[in-house]
Design a protein around this ligand. Structure first.
Ligand code: PMP
Length: 358
């Protein structure tokens, strides 16, 4: 890469210049198990049907009121409670950025347990907000005392709880969540990106709270390529946050694909069910593998610890299997790899590559 000319060095923010861009691994031709995508494509008949629908769209026009059809369809799908509203983002990544922008108050901060999803910290940093990362316990549970102390000390504007968490794939203790919500001086966001594979959701408990938002995405559902995230919260709060959303952030193609997917939600539910079954088989195989420690998962990924993560990661890659080496993300993740649950075939290849690369 060529060096940045001196006159641009003064132009681009110093903190941005010292950042690393969000890394997307090269994956052409590999068994791709690094990003928690749904490995199943749309059945061929539905692909043809969707193609016709997209072909008939008026791409010369800006997105129109049909985006509200999608908001209603998602609210219905998620069983959003009365008095709540829903806003859409270009993936939940965009919603995380917009939320930081909307809550950029003097001295504000964002708090989340670590290890966790990197965008929480990145959104804070880009907005010039402080990020408070509170380490989980060694077995990846919320450290109740540490969380409550950090909340009391920093009075964060936003607390993120990914439910289940990425990359540890577990849910949190309900009683601890309630204590965090009760102690929060600002907003609490339950990020349910992995809801299609989870045994629990916070949606039924939303109605009792005026400062809790629930974020979801269609990415893990099976539309990672479409980019569609949504966030539900009390109406008045969503109305304010929605003001920072760029106009037309959801393209005509995005909302039509998302509406189509919701009309065929049973197909996606079937795929999720298959992945949950695959996860159980994968977990059993991993738990029985000598030298591997695997953690129980409520998502479409399994976190494992191996004797030497770099060696195993590279060995798997050389055998055509791409997973995520998360061992440098946080001290608690030393020698950990994150494996996305794939199809039966992919999982078999992955297990063979893992076994040979330990
Ligand atoms: N939240 C969590 C916890 C995630 O792990 C991810 C992506 N891996 C996201 C949000 C972002 O999802 P999206 O594709 O909707 O931007």
């Amino acid at each position: 890469m060529s060096a940045l000319a001196p006159r641009f060095k003064k132009l681009i923010r110093q903190d941005v210049q010292s950042m690393h861009a969000y890394a997307v691994q090269e994956s052409a031709g590999m068994v791709k198990l690094d990003a928690m995508e749904n490995p199943h494509r749309l059945p061929a008949a539905l692909q043809a049907h969707l193609g016709q629908r997209l072909g008939a769209l008026a791409l010369n026009r800006y997105p129109d009121g049909r985006v509200n059809d999608l908001r209603r369809a998602l609210a219905d799908y998620a069983q959003m409670p009365e008095g709540f509203d829903i806003m859409l983002g270009n993936g939940s990544d965009e919603l995380i950025s917009l939320l930081a922008m909307a809550c950029d108050v003097e001295g504000g901060s964002i708090l989340a347990p670590l290890p966790g999803f990197v965008m929480y910290g990145m959104s804070a940093q880009l907005q010039g907000l402080k990020f408070i990362g509170v380490p989980l316990t060694a077995d990846f549970e919320l450290d109740e005392a540490a969380m409550l102390t950090a909340i009391a000390e920093h009075q964060p504007s936003i607390i993120y709880l990914a439910y289940p968490n990425n990359p540890t794939a577990n849910l949190w203790d309900d009683a601890v969540i309630e204590k965090i919500i009760a102690a929060a001086p600002g907003l609490v966001v339950l990020d349910e990106a992995y809801q299609p594979f989870s045994s629990k959701s916070y949606i039924d408990r939303l109605a009792g709270h005026s400062h809790v938002l629930l974020m979801r995405t269609l990415s893990k559902f099976g539309l990672a390529g479409v980019r569609l995230g949504y966030m539900m919260g009390p109406k008045a709060l969503i109305a304010e946050i929605d003001k920072v959303r760029p106009p037309y952030n959801i393209s005509v193609l995005n909302y039509e694909c998302a509406l189509f997917a919701l009309e065929h939600r049973d197909v996606f539910a079937g795929q999720a069910q298959d992945l949950v079954a695959q996860r159980a088989m994968l977990f059993e195989a991993l738990a029985a593998m000598h030298g591997v420690k695997a953690w129980k998962s409520d998502a479409n990924m399994i976190l494992i610890r191996v004797p030497d993560a770099s060696k195993t990661f590279e060995g798997m890659k050389a055998r055509g299997v791409l997973v995520k080496n998360v061992s440098k993300m946080h001290v608690l993740l030393a020698n950990c790899l994150r494996l996305t649950v794939g199809t039966a075939d992919e999982n078999t290849q992955m297990l063979a590559a893992l076994r040979e690369s330990l």
